[in-house]
Write a protein of this length. Structure first.
Length: 343
């Protein structure tokens, strides 16, 4: 392994180990580093897999989470250049100071991975990589009422709506994301060799170089394409390419769609619920992501009724009252939540 490969692994280990504690400026710095070379993104993605693999963490001598023990690493730790300077003497902003216990974990991780990738036939990464059993996915979630920005291992951007979660499965051949609940917007970094796919129950969206959002709803999935194109493949439907400034909704039976203005209607990304012939049930789900108290319909049969308008997501109670008034309904608080019922 040459010096540049080793430095890439060490830097990736540094970023991966600190990932959950990065501020916005550091996340931008990480995204820039990931975009510089393809091997940067590959090393970062593999080390993130390592961090989710207890067997390898034990092999490189990392202490279990919450432990104060510091067992000796299986492989000798590399000597890190002082104060963030590379071995060539050029100052690098990528290596950051850390506590002795955390640095020991990081050095063990980098040293172990460096030794493993140097083994004949690629060692561990070949036997446990994409050709073997799938690694544990990376998972990201947001809290009720709070959105979350994430930089994905390939440098793509992810914005989670409130009360949303995804499972990220990245391999050398594919990039696949399961939208487990809620909604998310994706700014996809182009990689012709690795398709970028987002899945919900009954539908799969494959990016063709684009910016788009996907909303998982009860029995439905909504796609909005802000730029580029996305192919939507839904159960029982022929694949459909949705271009920029268009939306498509699959409700389990058919695909409906239309156009929208991304500048005027960014929807949940700017705190608004933009309803255009929207089903009441879908609106209740979306408002519920911003309410600390569950929101429900008093009569489930009302869920298919539609309405149009623009309502604040960050004021869910007020918006619920305004929407309810369109149907002669009003919010009523009960022990288990707020119900929209007949006035």
């Amino acid at each position: 392994m040459d010096e540049r490969q080793l430095e890439t692994i060490e830097t990736a280990a540094d970023w991966a180990d600190r990932y959950d504690d990065l501020d916005q400026a550091e996340r931008r710095e990480l995204a820039q580093w990931l975009s510089q070379r393809p091997e940067h993104a590959r090393a970062f993605a593999r080390i993130r897999q390592v961090l989710n693999d207890s067997a390898l963490l034990e092999a490189v001598g990392s202490a279990p989470s919450g432990s104060t023990a510091s067992p000796a690493p299986l492989y000798p730790a590399p000597e890190y250049p002082a104060r963030g300077r590379s071995a060539s003497g050029i100052r690098s902003p990528r290596l950051h100071e850390a506590s002795p216990s955390r640095m020991g974990r990081r050095q063990a991780l980098a040293a172990g991975l460096a030794a493993i990738v140097a083994l004949p036939l690629g060692g561990y990464l070949l036997t446990r990589g994409p050709m073997a059993s799938a690694p544990e996915p990376l998972r990201f979630a947001s809290e009720t009422g709070r959105r979350r920005h994430v930089v994905l291992p390939d440098g793509s951007g992810l914005l989670l709506d409130a009360a949303s979660s995804v499972a990220v499965h990245f391999t050398a051949e594919r990039r696949r994301i399961e939208l487990e609940r809620g909604a998310a917007r994706f700014e996809v970094r182009h990689d012709a060799a690795r398709p970028f796919e987002v899945r919900t129950p009954g539908a799969a969206m494959t990016a063709l170089g684009t910016s788009f959002s996907v909303d998982r709803l009860s029995g439905a999935a909504e796609l909005r394409v802000f730029s580029g194109r996305v192919q939507m493949a839904a159960e029982g439907q022929p694949p459909r390419v949705v271009p920029g400034r268009q939306w498509a909704l699959f409700d389990g039976r058919a695909i409906a769609g239309g156009s929208f203005d991304p500048a005027a209607h960014a929807d949940w990304q700017d705190d608004w619920l933009d309803a255009e012939a929207m089903r009441l049930g879908f609106a209740i789900e979306r408002l519920g992501r911003y309410s600390a108290v569950p929101i429900r319909l008093g009569e489930p049969a009302l869920s298919s009724r539609t309405f149009s308008g623009r309502f604040r997501l960050d004021e869910p109670r007020q918006s619920l009252a305004l929407i309810g008034a369109l149907f002669g309904l009003q919010p009523r608080e009960r022990a288990d939540g707020i119900y929209l019922v007949a006035a």
